[in-house]
Design a protein around this ligand. Structure first.
Ligand code: ADP
Ligand code: MG
Ligand code: MG
Length: 887
């Protein structure tokens, strides 16, 4: 149903079925949108024209009014609605069907001419922007209609739209139409059906507008889905002081607290609440009091100026409380609802599962579990693994925050801590972020055009708008820290400054914002690590309970290892040894080894490295007491380790007692045209067996040393870049011989495993042979992707972005495992390997090990584990659990 009707249409139909008051309407399916994109307008009109007419008649029968009839007019809204919610991304037109004659009738019938002309001017504006393409595309241009409104307000000396009278509104309509004529060269359409078709086309077209495309990319929503079009009888929240419109949530979308909350505006329509034009009021009195406290508004002022809906329209509020409960019970999830009150009668216009922060996602799911509304498996399915990331991020240090200077206060729109440099425009945010700068976007309010900027900013601060403003909703969806509606700050886009208190901040100045309290601080405020107990731990325990595949981590140091362990890693799947050679003076011994002219001198240099490596391994083994530690032998080309500057070459010459010329000759000789495909990986160990020998010795000795201290140690030795069976055979022989030697020397033994990375396509093809030699496979999907696609990871940036834009590639294959191509190699190698050796242990250690869809793919192949960077461990654990419960 949802696929055909879109989320909005399906839920409107469902609400109607369970007895929630919904204005009558109909839905044109997403199938028609696909057809529209393929075959164009005429084909679609020919196909659905009669159906649309009939459906309009159905609305007419229910309301007793007539569409396109000035004597008894019915107005409708035309709304987009995709199968998955894309809030604010596509377009909607309200009050459609109005013209001069209709406005006169509406004025007469309602006895409220202001309402009629307010609806009319809104329609012309929306239709002009959405259907006739009058919306400005440049960030500094202002909407031509807004410019006219500002002009009329200024002439009159008023601040709010509500202060305009009927004559002002008539003037607006006239000037709007003139602007349309001037811009488009055509008269504004007066026939209701002409208007309707224009709006239908516009909704279909909006599926392919820039912000919708971007949103789909960011949220991995398929291009093919298409949007449905909902045509619905209008209900009017702008009919006077007994009418209102609002947005509400059955639970707190920021914190997850089980508290019905929301905002509304009297005598308003549609997006007024979220647009941040007037200050919205709270629905519940409890929420209203909390809000007033945050804003520093006294109880008297609050009750007089900003009463809750509970206080202002108690019957509607009570009905709304019942409905939100009913909807939550029906959908078993937190609901985000839109409603309108027309002359004291409540109508629901939308419900959907609400967007929420990572913290709210975890709390709401666990609360629903405790309430008995959902079961454990549903908790796991409900998690968006990527969102857990937010919970792992730092929060402000308590002591630092106490000392911090509060410059302004707004609403705690999306929790978290953010510190960064001020920027005012989305494109600047992008540009600064691309230079690795941390930015906070400061705006009067945000709109969908700001999406790109928001996605790269640390946090968002707005002067206007409430808890349901665009900035707040989008930030919560992204899990970004946001403070909205900080009324005292003065943003000047032209000068690129923002004034807070007495201080004027320029673009580039540092501020910190607290999305949990709404406070804005001067400068940089220190942060501390997040708390991983409570509901987060509970969800992780559930993941543990259901997943069948283990999660390891990629860690090169005891510190990383213990962080990952705290986050739930059950072993190390990749410990790179090369980083260890750069620390302090070690590089000197390493260079000495590399330029050694013969084996004996190489052995001397290796002898210096041995104790250093052994010490590193001991630390890691201790941190991973009880768990497997997979150590990869030296992998990068030697050229990466030698000096490139004459000065350092000279030092090396002195250190080793050789001439500068000799050193230079060796270093230059190591240079390769294509180092990634050059002398690296097991090719090093096979040409210089003493390197493998030293590393194997360091690993085994370290294992014996910590074993003697009582550590439960499980070393796995991993050989990189195998393509031919003989390569791994030779390495395994060296490792095993060395281990036997050390065991004999020490009079003690320790169990160890020898395995290989599968990262060269050839290795995948002959995996059955390779499995004869090893205990385990670990897919190095970074190199495997690089070599399967033939894309250099270091150079692909240039064309991958273009490829994604052109749709040649849907995602970056270095981020998301290419299941179709590279995945075949992974599947085949796993199958062939296990055919040779059924007990073969199989895992993956590329970047993909922490990417949810790739983790699920690995689980589907029956891998033993995935290994990822420490902070992605919880994400991988959840994805693994999801794979198990979705099976
Ligand atoms: P979006 O998908 O961006 O939320 P909507 O289609 O929900 O867009 O519509 C935008 C606004 O117009 C919402 O506030 C909605 O409640 C309001 N609206 C839509 N249809 C009607 C209607 N028939 N009567 C009154 N208000 C409506
Ligand atoms: Mg909506
Ligand atoms: Mg590799």
């Amino acid at each position: 149903m949802r696929d055909l009707l879109g989320g909005k249409g399906a839920n409107l139909a469902e609400m109607n079925l369970i007895g929630v008051p919904v204005p009558p309407g109909f839905t044109i399916t997403t199938e028609v949108c696909r057809l529209y994109n393929e075959q164009g307008r005429e084909a679609v009109v020919a196909m659905i024209k009669e159906d649309v007419k009939k459906s309009i008649q159905h609305i007419e029968n229910l309301t007793g009014n007539k569409f396109n009839d000035p004597s008894n007019p019915q107005l409708v809204s035309v709304r987009s609605g995709a199968p998955v919610s894309m809030p604010g991304m596509m377009d909607t037109v309200l009050n459609l069907g109005i013209n001069d004659a209709v406005a006169d009738t509406l004025a007469q019938k309602s006895g409220n001419p202001r309402f009629a002309w307010d609806s009319y001017r809104r329609f012309v504006q929306m239709y002009g922007d959405v259907v006739l393409g009058m919306k400005p595309t440049n960030k500094t241009d202002i909407d031509p209609f807004e410019a006219i409104i500002e002009d009329v307000k200024a002439k009159k000396g008023v601040k709010f739209d509500t202060e305009l009278d009927v004559d002002d509104l008539k003037e607006l309509v006239a000037r709007f139409k003139a602007a349309v004529k001037e811009n488009t060269g055509k008269d504004f359409p007066t026939d209701a059906y002409d208007q309707l078709w224009g709006a239908i086309y516009a909704v279909f077209d909006s599926w392919n507008n820039d912000r919708a495309i971007l949103y789909r990319r960011m949220n991995q929503i398929p291009e093919e889905y298409g949007t449905a079009v909902n045509v619905q009888a209008m209900v009017y929240g702008n009919m006077g002081n007994n009418s209102a419109t609002g947005v509400c949530f059955s639970r707190d979308a920021g914190t997850g607290e089980n508290l019905f909350n929301g905002e509304y505006l009297i005598n308003a329509q549609g997006e007024d609440v979220v647009a941040g034009v007037r200050t919205p009021q709270q629905i519940m009195t409890e929420g209203s009091r909390r809000w007033a406290q945050l804003q520093g508004i006294s109880e008297e002022e609050r009750a007089a100026k900003y009463p809750s809906l509970e206080e202002a329209m108690p019957e509607c509020a009570a009905q709304l409380v019942d409905i939100q409960q009913k909807l939550e019970n029906h959908y078993h999830d937190m609901q985000d609802m839109e409603f309108t009150i027309q002359d004291g009668k409540l109508w629901l216009l939308q419900t959907r599962n609400g967007k929420r922060t990572g913290a709210a996602m975890v709390k709401i799911a666990m609360d629903l579990l405790r309430e008995g509304a959902i079961d454990e498996k549903t908790v796991i399915k409900r998690m968006e693994p990527g969102k857990l990331d937010e919970l792992l991020h730092p929060v402000f240090d308590k002591a630092a925050v106490k000392k911090a200077k509060v410059m302004a206060k707004g609403l705690p729109a999306s929790p978290g801590a953010a510190t960064g440099q001020i920027v005012f425009f989305a494109d600047d945010a992008e540009e600064w972020a691309s230079r690795k700068k941390k930015v906070i976007m400061v705006r009067l309010e945000t709109s969908p055009e700001d999406l790109r900027g928001m996605s790269v900013a640390q946090g968002i601060l707005t002067a206007r708008g409430g808890m349901t403003s665009h900035a707040a909703v989008v930030a919560r969806g992204m899990g970004k820290c946001c403070v909205s509606g900080a009324g005292e700050i003065k943003v000047d886009y032209k000068a690129r400054t923002v004034m807070m208190g007495e201080k004027t901040y320029k673009e580039g100045d540092w501020i910190s914002i607290n999305g949990s309290t709404g406070e804005v601080y001067d400068g940089l405020v220190a942060t501390v690590d997040a708390d991983l107990s409570g509901d987060f731990a509970a969800v992780m325990n559930l993941a543990e309970k259901y997943s069948k595949m283990d999660v390891y981590t990629n860690a090169d140091s005891p510190r990383d290892a213990s962080v990952a362990r705290k986050l739930g890693a059950h072993g190390i799947g990749l410990c790179r040894t090369e980083h260890m050679f750069f620390e302090g003076d070690r590089i000197k011994a390493m260079r000495e080894m590399i330029i050694a002219p013969d084996e004996p001198s190489r052995r001397i240099a290796l002898g210096k490295l041995l104790p250093l490596q052994r010490g590193d391994f001991e630390g890691i083994f201790e941190a991973m007491d009880g768990y497997e530690v997979t150590i990869r032998l030296l992998d990068p080309p030697l050229h990466e380790f030698v000096p490139h500057q004459l000065e350092t070459m000279r030092e090396l010459a002195e250190q080793t007692g050789r001439t500068l010329e000799e050193v230079k000759l060796v270093c230059d000789g190591l240079e390769e045209f294509n180092p990634m495909l050059g002398h690296r990986g097991c090719r090093l160990g096979n040409t210089y067996p003493e390197i493998t020998e030293m590393q194997a010795r360091a690993i085994i000795e370290a294992a014996l040393n910590v074993k003697a201290k009582g550590v439960d140690v499980h070393p796995k030795i991993m050989v990189p870049l195998i393509g031919v069976k003989a390569e791994i055979q030779m390495q395994a022989d060296i490792i095993n011989a060395t281990a036997q030697k050390v065991f004999a020397e020490r009079g003690d033994t320790v169990a160890y495993k020898v395995g290989t990375m599968i990262e060269i396509p050839r290795a995948a093809l002959v995996a059955d042979q390779i499995a004869q030699v090893v205990d385990f496979f670990s897919f190095g999907t970074n190199d495997l992707t690089q070599m399967t696609f033939g894309y250099s990871r270091d150079d692909a940036g240039k064309f991958l972005a273009v490829y994604k834009n052109l749709g040649i590639l849907k995602v970056d294959p270095f981020e998301v495992l290419d299941q179709e191509g590279v995945g075949q190699l992974v599947e085949m190698a796993t199958r062939k390997g296990r055919a040779t050796k059924p007990e073969l242990n199989v895992g993956i250690c590329g970047e993909h090990g922490g990417e949810p869809s790739s983790v699920k793919f690995c689980a589907s192949l029956g891998m033993n584990y995935v290994s990822c960077s420490p902070y992605r461990v919880p994400i991988a654990r959840l994805a693994a659990a999801q794979a198990a419960v979705e099976e």
